[in-house]
Design a protein around this ligand. Sequence first.
Ligand SMILES: [Ca+2]
Ligand SMILES: [Ca+2]
Length: 246
Amino acid sequence: MTYLSLLLHSCRALVYCWSIVLFLFAFPNSVRAVAITDPVGDFLPTYTGTQAGDLDVIAADVILDGNQLVFSGTVNGTVGTTAGTYYVFGLDRGLGAPIFALSGSPLLPNEDKVLFDAAVVISGDGLTGLVADLSTGAPVITPFPTSDITISGNTVTATLPLSLFTTSPAFLPPQQYAFNLWPRLGLDASNNAQVSDFAPDNATASVSPVPEPAGLGLAAFGILFWLFRGRGRTSEPSRAVTASDY
Ligand SMILES: [Ca+2]
Ligand SMILES: [Ca+2]
């Protein structure tokens, strides 16, 4: 390999690496786990309300982003279309109970793995948001500002301080929290017929962490190492240097 071609190869590798580093820092969410998905039209047989798209979850995610939890749900219609719709994220911080299988009417024994010890409630009109802590018996209700809620098309998001949830040493670390999202038409906690859909079905999904910048740096270093290692393996066999190389 000539001196000039070696220089070109090195510059090309550096350009690749800087492009990847800039991409990772510009779009950190692109490297986190993807949201869970849920089937279209899988309304619960016990649900008695209108089967509108904004009551049918198709994707959901809860992201642990530093000192915030970002709750995000996407439904099969424009959020806010059906008056009286609420979106509830059940959060299991380690003390979760199968509340739908144990209480309310009708009982939902097929949802006995939907465990939660807190609920984040967001109204479809974006005008109401609250956290209900269920870990100590009677619910402890904490409203949060509507400025924490974002509604955009089919997606509703609430960005909340982690401190709203880490209220007891008995809870798991936030990285181990799990969640479920269910819409409901009405907010009568004793009326399970108001619940239209669960996502995921009869399960909870793990909270997704966002990598810290240090983690991204390590990832970029790993890519850099891989590129140079690959170059080394595919380079031409060594030979004696001649005057024509310069
Ligand atoms: Ca669904
Ligand atoms: Ca479902």
